[in-house]
Design a binder for this molecule. Sequence first.
Ligand code: C5P
Length: 234
Amino acid sequence: MGKDVIIACDFPNAEKTLAFLDLFQGRKPFVKIGMELFYGAGPDIVRQIKARGHRIFLDLKLHDIPNTVKKAMTVLRDLDVDICNLHAAGTIPMMEAALEGLTRPDGSRPLLIAVTQLTSTDQEALERDLLIEKPMDQVVMHYAMNARKAGLDGVVCSPLEAGKVHEICGADFLTVTPGVRFADGDAGDQKRVMTPAEAKRVGSDYIVVGRPITAAADPVAAYERCMKDFTGEE
Ligand code: C5P
């Protein structure tokens, strides 16, 4: 899998999402479907976007007992998406069960990546709410190693952590990074941001970009600018 830009399709319904994708005419960007769209539009939106020829990252962040996650992953595998995810906090047995559930009888499966710590959790919340007293950086790298041990393909992380994740877990362990903004853009609620060119430099494999593309006056131009800065492709 080469470097690519994944557009976060954070829309409330199928109509808005498909109208947005229509703007791209012949192009088929890699898209991310999150909880809002999946719960609002149902699994059929995944089938519709897949039928249009897009690759899909289904960002549902599963976290439950191993048996429940395994069964849910078996349902998701039949949607034929490219990437699924879960919370590494569910522990190694949960991640192993997820992989089992996701694997088809012929041995093929979507890629499976783990959320380490959400970027909305800071050191204070880690200590106060979760009673985790280690530094955030150490917690993120430990969770990434757990994901690797369980046999997962990579993690979702901040671009600021991508280089270190590769150092610790190997160059082939995927880093999928949100928190990307153009240098002249609005950061919004993202606190620690990088430009597409910086994310490329630190070794992110995929960048997840939402509002800088979805809310742009010209989303196709914004996507093309992102692709050019991140992959070098026009
Ligand atoms: O609009 P924006 O570019 O901020 O969108 C980023 C996307 O990545 C959103 O769908 C958000 O939920 C997701 N995300 C994130 N930070 C994480 C995990 C996921 O921003 N740690």
